[in-house]
Design a protein around this ligand. Structure first.
Ligand code: NAG
Ligand code: NAG
Ligand code: NAG
Ligand code: NAG
Ligand code: NAG
Length: 596
């Protein structure tokens, strides 16, 4: 009996010791976890700890790490929290995190996650579970972590979807898995709009490649991350009629990863399915260059009212001074004598005039000035006239809506653009519907624009315009100009459409920024015209109207001048006749006087 009691005591003691040991392991696990968290901090710093679940070692650890901590013991926040991308998520057990708020989830998509696995969950099921939710930065530890120090870290693009990393290994626990995607597909689709994406084909292998300032970004990204391009051509096959805005719809519906197109995001409030801005440009109208002033109106063009006014004032001054200096008083001043001053009139018209004989110095000075003024005016008008006759100036450009309403042009538009832009643009709201022609088919609209049809004005962005402008330089004379007065948007911001939960969004955006920073975007844009020529996407046709061969002046062109001349001649004939009649009267009076 005594032995039995002694054995029992011994057993109880060792049990107590054992229990004491098990109780002591807890601080050991905590120590290890603190070590792990410190190591994670050296791998990549975190600025917030977000702890999901309760009853585990994590909450008590946070006080030792001096990092702001958010405790979500219920597993869901149901509120739009704006966590930074440097948040570290700790879960007390598998599926302790039941976040439902979609915005919070988006913010946390790229955050690193550490899960304390309890029970007999296997790492591969956990990794599967998270990769279905598009979350890839996952690591877990089991409850025996303090004994073995093994961290299970999920890995994509390899046979086993996790890797065992020892706490004391040099291998990193979290790696940027999307830097090498090992040939995984990236689904995309092109809008085929030159010059931003143009299809080229290798003559030998027949391999398709897309070039252009939009296509290049994507194809080089794909090359950089060792992925493959998966062109989802079947999407366009289904609909048959497809247009650019569908691509962003498809990316928003997760049918595509990245759209090989760009869309204006300036007016959007939600950028979930768009990247960082890639390009900023203006979106204005290209307008046919105004016609040249016809020859018969050139005489009118050279007469400028301001200049005429100045000449008139000079004339009056000279005339008054001449009269005053000749008579040494203002007594002889009258309106007719000032306006019909013979010397001044002839002087200003560049004609010879009688120089007064006994003239004082002042009079000579005035006459010299008059000669100088006549030389100036006649050469000025002569030079103007000859220049304009040689190359007639253009009519003024359209500046306002009323100019447009008076002109013969029609606005050509694609209906998608109408919805997007026209009705938000206050300036263009005044345009009557009859002056806007809406094209259902974007390609029809494009082919009309590419034919430089001068009956229309077309919306075009400044990048595309630069290629049209280059093309125009090959014509005999340019046909269109880019209007700064008629714009749908002076500042449109273009971004790539992407899938909402694209896990490599950050990588892609960084890639975009690098390409721009390096100047590649500018290079590609500058090259687009040559690429289009090389790929025969642009005809060599001259769309400008053939120039008139004869640059002669016809009698018709002098219509106004000759008309005015005839009128003046008529007036002077009348004056002459009146004068003759007057002198006849004098004769009769003289005769009467003699007879008396
Ligand atoms: C249990 O452990 C504590 C220290 O962790 C020690 O002070 C105590 O004596 C131990 N009790 C037994 C029964 O071993
Ligand atoms: C060990 O912990 C349990 C509760 O977890 C407690 O009931 C027990 O007294 C502890 N034992 C010792 C020896 O501290
Ligand atoms: C997070 O950001 C959104 C939009 O910027 C805002 O509406 C929301 O109130 C923010 N949440 C918090 C908690 O500040
Ligand atoms: C790229 O992916 C292929 C598999 O498609 C793989 O064989 C190759 O090793 C990868 N390249 C690099 C540099 O890892
Ligand atoms: C493409 O867009 C047009 C116009 O919004 C729509 O009618 C058509 O159904 C869209 N196609 C797809 C596949 O979404």
């Amino acid at each position: 009996m005594a032995w039995f009691i002694i054995i029992l005591l011994c057993l109880g003691n060792s049990m107590a010791q054992f229990l004491n040991i098990t109780n002591k392991t807890k601080p050991d696990l905590e120590e290890r976890l603190v070590g792990l968290l410190l190591r994670l901090q050296t791998e990549k710093i975190y600025d917030t700890l977000l702890i999901y679940g309760r009853d585990c070692a994590f909450p008590s650890l946070s006080s030792r790490l001096q990092v702001p901590t958010v405790l979500v013991s219920s597993g869901s926040t149901n509120f739009e929290w704006n966590f930074s991308s440097l948040t570290l998520v700790l879960s007390c057990e598998f599926q302790a995190e039941r976040e439902e708020n979609y915005r919070t989830l988006m913010k946390l998509q790229l955050a690193r996650r550490l899960i304390l696995l309890r029970g007999d969950f296997q790492p591969d099921t956990v990794c599967d579970f998270y990769s279905k939710k598009d979350q890839y930065n996952i690591a877990m530890v089991k409850e025996n972590f303090d004994q073995f120090g093994v961290v299970y870290s999920c890995r994509l693009f390899q046979d086993r979807n996790y890797e065992k990393v020892n706490l004391f290994d040099v291998n990193p626990i979290f790696v940027e898995q999307f830097r090498n995607m090992h040939g995984a597909p990236i689904r995309t689709i092109t809008d085929n709009l030159a010059p931003r994406s143009m299809l080229t084909q290798d003559p030998k292998t027949g391999e398709k490649k897309w070039i252009g300032y939009v296509a290049n970004v994507i194809s080089q990204f794909i090359e950089k991350v060792n992925a493959t391009m998966d062109m989802q051509e079947e999407l366009t096959d289904i609909e048959g009629k497809f247009f650019v805005a569908n691509i962003s719809k498809w990316t928003a519906d997760d049918l595509l990863d990245i759209g090989m197109t760009m869309e204006s995001t300036g007016e959007m409030s939600n950028f979930d399915t768009f990247t960082y801005p890639y390009l900023t440009c203006s979106y204005c109208f290209m307008v046919p260059l105004p016609d040249l002033v016809p020859y018969n109106e050139i005489y009118g063009v050279i007469i400028d009212r301001g200049v005429l006014g100045v000449l008139f004032v000079l004339f009056i001054i000279f005339s008054v001074m001449l009269i005053y200096i000749k008579q040494r008083s203002f007594r002889g001043l009258s309106l007719t004598r000032v306006l019909m001053n013979d010397m001044c009139l002839r002087g200003f018209l560049g004609q010879p005039f009688p120089f007064p004989r006994q003239s004082c110095r002042k009079l000579k000075l005035i006459c010299l000035l008059l000669c100088f003024a006549s030389l100036m005016t006649t050469t000025m008008y002569g030079a103007y006239l000859k220049t304009f006759l040689y190359s007639p100036p253009a009519e003024p450009k359209m500046r306002t809506i009323s100019d447009f309403e008076k002109s013969r042009y029609t606005i050509a538009m694609n209906w998608a653009e109408i919805n997007l832009l026209l009705f938000r643009n206050s300036k263009l709201q005044g345009v009557s519907d009859a002056r806007v022609q809406i094209f259902e088919d974007y390609l029809e609209f494009l082919s009309l624009r590419e034919s430089f049809d001068t009956d229309y004005i077309f919306p075009v962005n400044s990048v595309r315009w630069s290629t049209y402008n280059e093309q125009q330089k090959l014509f005999h004379h340019p046909v269109f100009y880019y209007s700064d007065d008629f714009c749908l948007s002076r500042y449109s911001i273009l971004s790539f459409p992407i899938r909402r939960h694209l896990p490599y969004r950050e990588l892609f955006e960084e890639h975009i920024l690098r390409q721009k920073e390096f100047g590649l975007l500018d290079l590609w844009i500058d090259h687009s015209f040559l690429d289009m020529l090389r790929l025969e996407l642009m005809p060599y046709t001259d769309f400008s109207e053939p120039p008139e061969d004869e640059l002669e002046i016809w009698l018709d062109d002098l219509y106004w001048v000759l008309g005015l001349y005839a009128l003046a001649l008529g007036i002077s004939c009348c004056c002459f006749a009146l004068e003759v009649l007057g002198s006849l009267n004098c004769w009769t009076r003289l005769k009467e006087y003699k007879w008396r």
